[in-house]
Design a protein around this ligand. Structure first.
Ligand code: UT7
Length: 436
């Protein structure tokens, strides 16, 4: 929506609200004229709501794997990786306990800290991921349980490296529709567990990590102001994990031929990415009514420094200092790359209230997406009250205890129930005939 459109919308809803409050209505003989009669609540025009980012956080594993480390395991060179991708090192989960959910939980916790929000207030948890803990249950549900977010829906969103932008768009829709006040949007990945560490064309590219933002409903104009999402499934086989889904369930054969690992046609994805990043950025800025010259910071998906240079920098002529790049430190962390980069940009003082930001990503599917953001909240971390911090810590501990208790009770029931069934069989009425 353009700035003018926002103003018009606000004026219109103010006008309608006044009409409904009775300041303008004309009442004839104690009755409303038919066209002015109060409407059911659901059809009234509500004041506009905006989806503001009020919290952010990221988590990366401690273990660093450098290009030199990779030289020891595959036929590659530091020089090749640096010049073709810009990557110098990446983080890789080390412990079996470090997982997509554990990284996502830590990132989300930090986002709640920044926003100083109690987990029980969150209405929805969306986890964008291509390396979920399981096909089901969702990683989002595990994170929800870890954080003691007891009053929320939770689901995973699969749009590969575009996932975070897709999730932001869904979260914004939930908030603007009035269905949610606070939404946690997480991008979390452990793609190191999905790559073939003998395949030099993919293993040098990916890394692990998680980033999260907390979106809140607000009447202050700004926040996520426009989104663009796209998909071209004809490119599905260009970047895929062929086995492990319902098309080719895991079997001895899929494991022995390695089709449960990431397969990619790098050149084709590169061509698509350079075109679509620029196109999606242009489109979302058009929708937001922001000229390219007024963009303060682009936070692109961090797959390859050359893709960023060929797309947003060259095609849109956005200067280098307005495009955030940290691919050299983390490699491609897929759906986590944009939120991690956003957090680092904030830490480095590159984001300020009033700034126009663009998040733009692309990935398997093929998918792409972009969000325009008018940053509206202060960057300085507010003094979090001692009391709120203690309450949150208590909530996390209570969440762990509650989860353990519920599991124990379910285990108990599952042992007791079958015996109860054998002791007291349900009797069918005598006249009921068995059905064939
Ligand atoms: O989030 C989305 C995920 N995917 C991407 O964003 C990937 C997009 N694509 C790319 O980033 C690039 O295409 C790559 C970095 C994957 C590859 O760069 P490239 O410049 O397109 O290289 P290439 O695939 O054309 O390969 C050039 C050469 C080949 O050797 P020959 O056939 O010319 O002799 C490859 O075998 O480089 C060779 N090569 C390597 N050499 C050393 C490929 N991988 C490596 C490697 N180390 N790791």
């Amino acid at each position: 929506m353009t700035a003018q459109a926002h103003e018009d919308h606000e004026a219109e809803s103010k006008h309608t609200a006044e009409s409904l409050n009775g300041t303008e209505r004309s009442v004839t003989n104690g009755r409303y004229p038919a066209e002015r009669a109060p409407q059911p609540v659901a059809t009234r025009v509500q004041p506009p709501r905006y989806a503001q980012i009020i919290g952010w956080g990221y988590e990366v594993p401690e273990r660093v794997v450098t290009n030199q480390d990779l030289e020891q395991i595959v036929d590659t060179q530091d020089e090749w990786i640096r010049t073709r991708t810009g990557i110098e090192e990446r983080r890789v989960v080390a412990e079996p306990l470090e997982t997509t959910a554990s990284l996502g939980t830590q990132a989300a916790r930090k986002a709640l800290e920044v926003a100083d929000l109690h987990p029980a207030k969150v209405d929805l948890v969306i986890c964008a991921t291509s390396s979920p803990e399981h096909l089901f249950p969702s990683t989002a549900s595990i994170i929800q349980d870890n954080l003691g977010i007891t009053q929320a829906g939770a689901f995973d969103l699969s749009a590969a490296c575009s996932g975070f932008v897709y999730a932001l768009s869904v979260a914004r829709g939930q908030i603007m529709a009035g269905d949610a006040e606070y939404v946690l949007v997480i991008g979390s990945e452990t793609l190191s567990r999905m790559v073939d560490w003998t395949d030099r064309t993919t293993c040098v590219l990916f890394g692990d990590g998680a980033g999260a933002v907390l979106l809140a409903a607000s009447d202050v104009p700004g926040g996520v102001t426009a989104t663009v999402l796209g998909s071209d499934g004809s490119g599905a086989e260009l970047l895929t994990i062929p086995s492990g889904g319902s098309a080719a369930p895991a079997s001895l054969e899929t494991v022995s031929n390695g089709s449960h690992y990431i397969r990619m046609d790098g050149r084709a994805v590169f061509r698509f990415a350079t075109r679509i990043m620029a196109e999606a950025t242009r489109q979302v800025l058009d929708r937001a009514g922001v000229p390219v010259s007024e963009v303060d910071l682009v936070v692109p998906h961090q797959a390859n420094k050359r893709i960023i240079q060929h797309s947003v920098l060259r095609q849109l002529k956005i200067p280098e200092d307005k495009v955030y790049v940290n691919v050299h430190k983390y490699g491609n962390t897929s759906s986590a790359s944009i939120p991690i980069a956003l957090c680092e940009a904030i830490d480095e003082g590159k984001v300020a209230p009033g700034d126009n930001l663009v998040f733009v990503g692309f990935g398997a599917g093929l998918t792409w997406g972009a969000c325009a953001v008018k940053w509206s909240v202060p960057i300085e971390k507010p003094e979090t009250s001692w009391w709120h911090t203690t309450q949150r810590q208590a909530a996390y501990q209570a969440a762990a205890a509650r989860s353990m208790w519920k599991r124990a009770i379910r285990r108990l029931y599952s042992q007791v129930e079958p015996r109860a069934m054998t002791r007291r069989p349900v009797r069918k009425p005598d006249n009921e005939q068995p059905t064939p």
